[in-house]
Design a binder for this molecule. Sequence first.
Ligand code: ADP
Length: 477
Amino acid sequence: MNYRELVTAMTEPEKVDTITLGAGGAAYPAAFALARAGQQVVMVDPKGVMSGNCLAEGCVPSKAVYEVAELYRRVTAAPMSRALGALTGPPDYAQVVAWKDQVQKDRYRQHDGELQAASANLRLVPGTGRLIDSHTVEVNTTGSAKRFQAAQIIIASGADVFVPPIPGAQLCVTSRDLFALEPTVTSLPARLAVIGGGYVGLEVACMLRALGSQVTVIEALPGLLAGMDPDFVTLLAAGIDPTISIQLSASVTAVTKGDGGGFTVHYRIGDADSTVDADLVLMAVGRRPVIPDGATELGLPRAGHGLAVDVSMQVPGYPHLYAPGDVNGRSMLFHSAVRQSLVAAHNILAGNRVVDRMDFDSVPATIFTAPQGAYVGLTRAKAAEQARQVVEAAYPMADDSRAQILGDTYGEIRLFCDAQSLRLVGGWVVGADAAQLIGQIGESVAAGLTAYDLARFADQHPTAAEGIGKAARTLVG
Ligand code: ADP
C-alpha cells in the first residue's frame, strides 16, 4: 500500500444510501428513482458523464449512421428510385459522421440537463470504483482516491468490446472507432472486412455496404447471429444484400498489413486457407461484461462471463448488492438494462425485499440490418427446447400496404401462441418497421394478451402493425 492508499484507507468513508458503479442505462434509472424517494445516491463512472456505452459508442450513434444508410438504400433501390429520379451519388461519409456526432452531442446536453435538474440527493463522481468490501467502494480518479460506504451497491459496470488474441488483432478497428464521438474512422473504406457475424458485425456490414463499401463478413460458426432462433436467422439472412460476401465456418488466423496501407485477413474454412484484402477491418466478435475490481476477491458469484443475479437483480447471497444490465451478461441491451435498473430500485425501496422481478422473456431485440429483424419471447426453437405446445400465425410483408409503399416487401410477421390458451408467448418480424412492431408485440407478450385480444384490435392503416391483427385473425377466424 502506498502513502496515498494508506491515507484513503484511514480516512472515514462518506456514508450514502446507494452507490452505483457505472452511470449507464443500468445505473441512472435506479439512481434517479432512489434519489427522488429521498435516498442519498452517488453514481461513479470514469466517463464523468451519464449514459454509458449506449450513447458513447453503441445504440444511439450506430443508429444515427444506420438511418442515413437506410434512407439512401431505400431511395436508391429500384421501386423508389423511379419516383425520385437520379441522385447525385452516395452521401459524403464525413457528413454522415458529423450527423452522428451532432445526435450524440444533443443527447449528452440533454443528459447533463437532467442530471443538473435531478434531486440534490444525487451526485455523479468521475472515477473508477473498486469494491473494498460488500458495503465499501473506493473511487479512483487521477491523483486521488475516496471511499464511500453504502447500504446498497448497484454494480452496473456494463460490458466492453471483446478482442480475441488473434495475431494482428491490434490492426483492426472496433465499433468504438466507428461510433465514438469524433471517431477515428471518418472516411468510407472502399473494402471492409468484418470479423464476426453477430448483430454488430452484420449491422455495420449492411450500413457500409449501403453507403458503397465492398464488404466481406467472416464468421467462425456455421451460421450468423449465434444464439438467435435459427429459422429467424435464415429468413433474415436470405434478405441481406447478396453482394455482401459472407464466409461461414471461417476461422480468422491472422490479420496482416498489406501493401499500400491496406490489410489482409487470413482465414481457414476446413482445411482450406483463404485471404481477403480490405482497407478497414472491423473486429466484432462480441462484448464481455466488465467485472469491477474487488468483485472476484469478495467472491461474488459468476454466471458465464458475468456476475450472477436473481430475477430480483440481487447477487445471490448478497441482498444489498445488485447487478443489473450488461454486467450480468443475460440480455445485453440498453432497454433491458433500464428495466433491470428499475427492478433493482423497487427492491431497494422495499428494504431489499423482492417486490419486483425482471421478466427476461418479454425484452424485445432488433438487429438493424437491411432488412431489419426483431424478435421477442419464445419463438420456434426455444418453444421446442422447452417442449411448449405453440401454434404459429404469419403474415407476409409482400401483402402489406406499408411495405408496398416503401417498396420493401421482403419478410414477415410471425406470432407464437400457446396452443391451448392462444396466449401470445413470442414473435418475430423481418422487414418493414420490424423495430417498431416488436415493441407492440413485446408489450402484448408482457401483458399476457391472447390471439383473441390481438384479433379484436383496430391496428392503424396503412402501418405495418396491421399485419399483427391480420396474423392473429388467421388463428381465431
Ligand atoms: P449498462 O447498459 O449495463 O449500464 P454500459 O456499458 O452502457 O452498461 O455502462 C456501464 C458504465 O460503467 C460505463 O459508462 C463504464 O464507463 C462504467 N464502468 C465500468 N467499470 C466501472 C467501475 N469499476 N466503476 C465505475 N464505473 C465503471
